[in-house]
Write a new protein. Structure first.
Length: 135
């Protein structure tokens, strides 16, 4: 329901729905992840980051939680935090090619071409058809 509400633009309704869910199920990683999406859509990046972190705490292997956290942190200007979020996600899911390409982009932006290339090469090895990993 909350995802539908968010997609329809009812961010307040989506947030209320998720908060009710979290009152009953405080460790529901998908609810925390949905809350992160809602907060990001509301442009409350601090709340979005907090919710994405909580999703990752509840379910560390949930790739989407680490990706969302990295996206929110990047949007807020915390590139180092975004890199850390992606590296943490890769500890749990080392075969996640898309996360590697995102990390490579962040590394390249800050001038660490060698590490960026390493992650891109690994992404291509893991997912040869992934367009974002082509260079």
């Amino acid at each position: 329901l909350a995802a539908s509400q968010r997609e329809a633009g009812d961010l307040a309704g989506a947030k209320a729905t998720i908060e009710k869910t979290l009152q009953r199920h405080a460790k529901d990683s998908l609810a925390w992840l949905e809350l992160a999406k809602v907060e990001q859509a509301r442009n409350d990046l601090a709340a979005a980051a907090k919710a994405a972190r909580q999703a990752a705490v509840c379910e560390p292997e949930l790739v989407e939680a680490h990706k969302r956290l990295a996206a929110v942190l990047t949007q807020s200007g915390d590139v180092a935090g975004a890199e850390a979020a992606l590296l943490e996600g890769l500890k749990w899911q080392p075969g996640e090619a898309e996360m590697r390409t995102t990390l490579a982009g962040l590394l390249a932006r800050r001038g660490d071409g060698a590490k960026a290339e390493t992650h891109l090469r690994e992404a291509v090895r893991l997912a040869p058809g992934l367009k974002a990993a082509q260079f």
